[in-house]
Write a protein that binds this ligand. Structure first.
Ligand code: ARG
Length: 592
């Protein structure tokens, strides 16, 4: 059921009757909701070309529109056609949505297989606030695609192949955590990491990372260790695997707390078996050349070349490229971030052949992905028809407008963030007399943050403000969760088992219109790779319901038919809100 299409059909017929072509007809939600529900500026658009008065044309079209029990058409100055849905129409929509398994949300025309690469935690490094947005945005985009009918696959693509691994092992070795492994004739497989715990890793990596910036020898050695891992040299490789295992468990737990689940926890290292093959493709096709000992691919495109001034007439023209070459082999033969990403595309196409791969990382990686995408297209690793999309997100800032830090300026661990949110939610719940339900508090706290995050355009920076996120009224997650909890209580008190909805009056009308807007926001978000429209529409529906709730008695309604209809409307709102929250990756709660 598509209301816009139904309206357009009637108007198109009328437009044809007045002798015009309806190609440019577009029906949109009204921007004057107090006047009408939908509108079109078709008459204004055409009248200009025909040299006619817009209002005259609008009136002609309206006069020729087939009479309908569902829509009222009205020509208004200067030439708009306003469309209002009748209560009969709204009732039909409400009952249809309530009984439709997809709740009236239209699926995409062509179902595609979409592969999601998000999360992207790095092994051996502790997750911190900076790691929140990728799983939050990625999970929501994945669910959005699923809701609209695509097949989805997700991979967290762990960072497990880079310098941080070499650094960590070097530091652990220097601090004597690995002595057993380096003893002569050590039986490597039988040695366990024993005293290397997550806490140790959390100390060791930052130490190493600081030292590499000031100690060149140390950095070179770490480079070498990284290479050893990539070459599977022992005992480095076994140590590496054990560290990886330890931290992956922790990473999965962290993502679980955020309701993020992945089909695969592959990492950069899983692409290793395909690296030689992919590099060879570049070499064979003459796409790669050596530069300062490294192997690079020129990815700059014609129009991007900026000509540099020539020193003499016969000097060949040189260009400055805004897009620098991609390095696919390091000076020491090691593999780089671009190498594993290209090989990963190779692997994903071998295993899945997705129609699109969507990467969700912060915007500092935009150039990296552009290079990787161009390389993959050049070498035919990604077929021309495959869409490769980077969804770059902005930074989560503290109230001071700078990246969110602890009071003392330190990095806030992701676990701590979840702890803070849970604690704040517990305090709020206590005010409502609910104590001792930690899981409930987590659902509300984490949901609040996710709702707050996703209410922003993905590409924009935003301020992390727990107080604001967790407010029980206003455009917040808890407000929507609370609306659902309230409806749950109404429905269970009324022992609701279903009933027909008959829309009457302004408040009820507003609810159905809010549902129509909510349902159309899914596709808007799908096209925009951002969830903010869905968040707003979800809130608008919740607040339309609150208006009804405040103005109208439901449980004590004495007209049975009316009561049943109101309860049906409650069930409808609940279903629509739950679907929206699920899509956003936010839990619902029974009570709060
Ligand atoms: N591990 C990376 C980082 O921390 C993110 C991975 C994103 N995905 C990818 N295929 N490169 O920056």
């Amino acid at each position: 059921m598509n209301v816009k299409d139904e309206i357009a059909k009637i108007l198109s017929a009328a437009i044809k009757k007045v002798g015009l072509d309806a190609d440019r007809l577009s029906v949109v939600f009204s921007n004057r909701p107090e006047l009408c529900d939908y509108q079109t500026n078709f008459a204004m658009l055409m009248a200009k070309e025909l040299g006619e008065k817009p209002i005259d044309l609008a009136e002609k079209i309206v006069k020729n529109a087939e009479k309908s029990k569902k829509f009222e058409f009205d020509a208004v100055m200067p030439g708009f056609i306003n469309i209002k849905l009748t209560e009969l129409c709204l009732s039909e929509i409400a009952n249809f949505v309530l009984n439709d398994k997809d709740l009236g949300i239209e699926k995409v025309e062509k179902q595609r297989l979409v592969f999601f690469d998000y999360g992207g935690a790095n092994v051996a490094k502790e997750l911190h606030v900076g790691h929140l947005r990728s799983p939050i945005v990625g999970e929501a985009l994945k669910r959005l695609h699923f809701t609209l009918g695509d097949k989805v696959v997700s991979d967290m693509h762990l960072g497990d192949y880079g310098l941080q691994m070499g650094l960590t092992i070097l530091q652990l070795k220097n601090d004597h955590f690995l002595d057993d492994f380096f003893e002569k004739n050590a039986k490597i497989n039988e040695i366990s990491l024993k005293n290397v715990t997550l806490d140790v890793l959390n100390d060791e990596y930052p130490k190493a990372s600081k030292r590499k910036d000031v100690d060149d020898e140390f950095k070179k050695l770490a480079d070498q260790y990284t290479l050893f891992i990539q070459q599977k040299k022992e005992p480095y490789y076994t140590i590496y695997q054990k560290i990886r295992e330890l931290s992956v468990q922790e990473i999965v737990k962290n993502y679980d707390m955020l309701n993020c689940n992945f089909d695969f926890c592959y990492g950069e290292s899983d692409a290793a078996p395909f690296i030689d093959k992919t590099i060879q493709l570049f070499v064979d096709k003459g796409l790669a050349h050596e530069s300062e000992g490294a192997l690079v691919v020129d990815v700059a495109r014609e129009g991007e070349h900026i000509p540099l001034p020539k020193k003499s007439e016969d000097e060949p023209q040189r260009y400055k490229n805004p897009m620098p070459p991609a390095i696919i082999k390091k000076y020491n033969g090691g593999d780089l971030y671009a190498t594993t990403d290209i090989a990963t595309i190779f692997m994903r196409n071998r295993d899945f052949k997705p129609d699109e791969i969507i990467y969700v990382t912060d915007n500092r990686q935009s150039m990296h992905f552009e290079q990787v995408f161009r390389c993959s297209k050049l070498a035919g690793i990604s077929p021309a028809e495959q869409k490769l999309t980077h969804v770059p997100f902005g930074t989560m800032n503290g109230k001071d407008g700078k990246p969110f830090k602890t009071r003392s300026g330190g990095v806030v661990r992701l676990k701590e963030v979840v702890g803070m949110l849970t604690k704040s939610a517990e305090d709020k719940l206590a005010q409502n007399g609910i104590v001792g339900d930690k899981e409930l508090a987590r659902r509300i706290g984490v949901g609040a943050m996710k709702f707050g995050d996703l209410s922003n355009l993905v590409t924009k920076d935003y301020v992390f403000d727990i107080e604001k996120f967790l407010s029980f009224d206003g455009k917040t997650g808890p407000y929507v969760q609370y609306t659902i909890a309230r409806i749950n209580s109404i429905l269970s008190k009324a022992k609701y088992k279903g009933g027909r909805i008959a829309i009457s009056g302004k408040d009820e009308r507003e609810i159905v219109l809010a549902i129509l807007k909510l349902n159309s926001s899914y596709k808007i978000c799908y096209d925009a790779y951002s969830l903010n429209a869905l968040v707003s529409a979800t809130f608008d529906l919740a607040s339309a319901f609150s208006t009804l709730y405040n103005n109208q008695k439901i449980l004590s309604e004495t007209d049975d038919k009316k009561k049943l209809s109101l309860l049906g409307l409650c069930a409808l709102v609940k279903a629509c809100l739950e679907k929206a929250l699920w899509t956003l990756g936010i839990d619902t709660v029974e009570k709060m």
